[in-house]
Design a protein around this ligand. Structure first.
Ligand code: S3P
Length: 191
């Protein structure tokens, strides 16, 4: 049994965690938070800047620290500083959250265990081709070298990470689904 009803969305970049998460949160009357935005607020820098100035190792530590903080506060996310600025409060009376995790978060420092502790982890799964098509025009993807990455780069990284994503409590295959349909499917599992 989970100690709370939070829903944690995990998956590769471009899996739709933020878009699906916002719809799902509204639909369930939960609040929404994107952990990347929370880290950006706490550091006063964008993720790209953090990668550039401090390196990936530093960013991965920040990711683990934020998870530990949420866990220490028994998943009461209101207790986290900067939360007001990086969240969407749909329901101020609700203690329940939809949490969008960064794409790499589950794959480092044993974070997947903490992610599953702070809520029900849902993997938004899609194939490398679909993911590549969704993110290929983006230039702010530091783990893929910024811009100019290929489908093969996505395939390789996805392969590295899949074993962590697959440890989720629930897996939703999102190929061919709109964000609203994916949110609805999660809602059906977790009603
Ligand atoms: C990352 C994904 C990003 C962000 C950072 C690193 C990754 O999050 O945390 O750029 O390693 O895959 P999104 O998946 O929310 O874009």
């Amino acid at each position: 049994m989970k100690r709370n009803t939070n829903i944690v969305l995990i998956g590769f970049m471009g899996a739709g965690k933020t878009e699906v998460g916002k719809i799902l949160a509204k639909h369930k009357g939960f609040n929404f938070i994107d952990l990347d935005s929370l880290i950006e607020e706490e550091e006063g820098k964008s993720i790209t800047e953090i990668f550039k100035k401090k390196g990936e190792g530093y960013f991965r530590n920040l990711e683990t620290e934020i998870l530990k903080k949420i866990d220490k506060n028994k998943s009461d996310i209101y207790k986290i500083k900067e939360v007001e600025k990086s969240s969407e409060i749909n329901n101020p009376e609700s203690k329940n959250w939809v949490i969008s995790a960064g794409g790499g978060m589950p794959a480092f420092n044993g974070n997947i265990k903490l992610l599953k502790k702070i809520g029900t982890a849902v993997y938004l799964k899609a194939g490398a081709k679909t993911i590549y098509d969704r993110i290929k025009s983006e230039v702010h993807r530091p783990v893929l070298g910024g811009s100019g990455f290929t489908e093969a780069d996505v395939t390789e990284k996805l392969k590295e990470r899949e074993k962590f994503y697959e440890q989720a409590d629930i897996i939703i295959y999102t190929e061919g689904l709109t964000a609203a349909a994916a949110a609805e499917e999660i809602g059906i599992f977790l009603h």
